[in-house]
Design a binder for this molecule. Structure first.
Ligand SMILES: Cc1cc2nc3c(=O)[nH]c(=O)nc-3n(C[C@H](O)[C@H](O)[C@H](O)COP(=O)(O)O)c2cc1C
Length: 241
């Protein structure tokens, strides 16, 4: 499965099967985490067989059967730390999708204090990404949780402001950004295209806006056929030649 297909197939999953993740997959995930931490100066940690913070009682009934998660940890003084959490965390989510595993970002509905994760004084544990084996078909409860969230999902025109003719690759980028997960499905990111440049911005009113920005930027990059983003609110995209 390529990255574009992974974006189109991914959906948040909240009910996990009692099946351990293979050692070979864990090795791949460890390597991916190491690479994210090295590239972005993050301190993401992989936790296997530790689902206590996400039990029904501690997740307001949102999750069941969770055994594994990534603890998404950033440096407190990194001005674009949240955005990196989003961008690199979503690269892990898409890897999980390609490996046939389900996942879900978790910012609120878990017990952070029950996480057995060491966090240094100069670091912040921002959120988690749970993952594991899931049934192909979503359970009734999973669908019921999604229904109110998905009702307000945005379209390309809602996320793109254009002041000139828009090249096809920009529309393709936004087509994939529309599929990006976001806290409470708020989809707060807006892409701006003036004919020469593309930028991405959030109002920054909500706790996870900058994380959502990083996630949407990665989706745009994949949809646009490759390129590089400047980190930062309003950062510019350079398309690959
Ligand atoms: C930063 C962030 C935090 C999230 N926090 C939670 C959470 O605490 N609990 C939860 O059930 N889902 C959480 N989600 C998942 C969103 O609700 C979900 O991505 C959104 O509704 C869109 O649905 P989809 O991922 O199936 O496309 C979070 C997503 C993001 C990106």
């Amino acid at each position: 499965m390529d990255l574009r297909s992974a974006i189109m197939e991914r959906t948040s999953r909240r009910k996990y099967e009692d099946i351990p993740v293979d050692d070979a997959i864990i090795e791949q995930l460890e390597a991916a985490v190491w690479e994210c931490n090295r590239s972005a100066d993050l301190n993401i940690k992989l936790k296997i067989g530790d689902g206590e913070p996400f039990t029904a009682g501690k997740s307001y009934g949102m999750f069941s059967g969770v055994q594994n998660y990534f603890a998404m940890i950033r440096k407190k003084d990194d001005p674009v730390g949240d955005e990196k959490i989003g961008y690199y965390g979503e690269s892990l989510v898409l890897l999980l999708t390609r490996l046939g595993l389900g996942s879900c970002w978790v910012g609120g509905t878990y017990d952070k204090d029950a996480c057995h994760v060491e966090v240094a004084d100069d670091e912040e544990f921002r959120c988690a990404i749970v993952f594991g084996h899931v049934k192909t078909k979503e359970s009734m409860k999973e669908r019921a949780i999604k229904k109110p969230l998905k009702r307000k999902s945005k379209e390309i025109k809602d996320m793109l402001t254009a002041y000139a003719d828009v090249p096809n690759w920009v529309v393709d980028g936004v087509r994939y950004a529309v599929k990006a997960p976001s806290a409470q499905n708020r989809q707060p990111v807006r892409f701006l295209c003036d004919g020469e440049t593309v930028s991405a911005k959030v109002k920054g009113e909500h706790n996870y806006d900058m994380v959502d920005l990083g996630i949407a930027k990665l989706h745009f990059e994949v949809g646009a056929g490759g390129g590089t983003w400047e980190f930062g609110n309003g950062g510019l995209f350079t398309k690959a030649e």
